[in-house]
Design a protein around this ligand. Structure first.
Ligand SMILES: [Zn+2]
Length: 257
């Protein structure tokens, strides 16, 4: 099995999972990127498409891809997509060849946002989390509440350490700038930032990243850490609970230059 981040637009990744002649695609915002890849890999058949949420940069390629390949589309039961899809929700299990994909409801960025987690036999666990968890950051709250997003992130964070986080945007360096403002003394964060800068200089993706790393460096997964909490308190006044701290941190990031 092969996992491929296919760049699209300015900073999206369309994730491809190839198992011999079969192809699964996650969040194809752009059909051309996927079709070009398929032209370069003759004989590989796209049969399944996973969608995490309804935003156009994740769904724009669906009509053309479905028409070209007849692939089955799975997506959130609570959201409307530009093509007919098989609705999925928390607890559902999808089978793709030998792989079982577990669906998780992760509202916050959008209300119906879902994530897909799988444990292949020949590859570390995979998490396709769309715009919920980013490396060193998290998605904006367009539809959901801070309480929903925090709960979603904590449930993703509880997955196995070696889970490969396959998020939908290359936002890592700008997220790291903010993370380093929150925890300037975090040695793991400094080391990770140096590694990511080098990867981007070489035009390589910083993703996927493993969850063990994310838990050590991502301020949105570290809301209970004293260092993170003190920083939030100093910035905007003392907050009473985890949800308020998360909301304050997310708001700060929205305004951060
Ligand atoms: Zn989005």
């Amino acid at each position: 099995m092969r996992l491929i981040p296919l760049p699209a637009f300015s900073d999206n990744y369309i994730w491809l999972l190839q198992d011999q002649q079969r192809l699964l695609v996650v969040d194809p915002g752009d059909a051309a990127a996927v079709l070009n890849w398929m032209t370069d890999h003759p004989g590989v058949q796209l049969d399944s498409i996973l969608v995490t949420h309804h935003h156009a940069d994740h769904t724009g390629g669906l009509p053309e891809l479905v028409q070209a390949t007849g692939a089955l589309v799975y997506g959130p039961s609570l959201e409307k997509l530009p093509v007919t899809h098989m609705p999925v929700a928390e607890g559902d299990k999808l089978t793709w060849g030998a792989l079982t994909l577990h669906v998780m409801d992760v509202p916050g960025h959008t209300l119906g946002h879902v994530a897909y987690w799988a444990q292949p036999t020949d590859h570390p666990p995979l998490l396709f989390c769309g715009d919920t968890l980013f490396s060193a950051g998290c998605g904006r709250l367009f539809e959901g509440s801070p309480a929903q997003m925090l709960d979603s992130l904590e449930r993703l964070s509880a997955l196995p350490d070696d889970t490969r986080v396959c998020c939908a945007h290359e936002y890592t360096l700008s997220n790291l700038k903010f993370a380093l403002t929150i925890e300037p003394g975090n040695a793991a964060l400094q080391a990770y930032a140096a590694q990511c800068r080098l990867q981007r200089e070489q035009l390589r993706p910083t993703l996927p990243v493993d969850l063990l790393t994310e838990r050590a460096i991502n301020p949105f997964l570290r809301i209970r850490q004293a260092t993170v909490r003190q920083c939030i308190d100093q910035h905007g006044g003392t907050v009473a609970d985890d949800v308020s701290a998360f909301a304050a941190l997310r708001q700060w990031k929205n305004e951060f230059q």
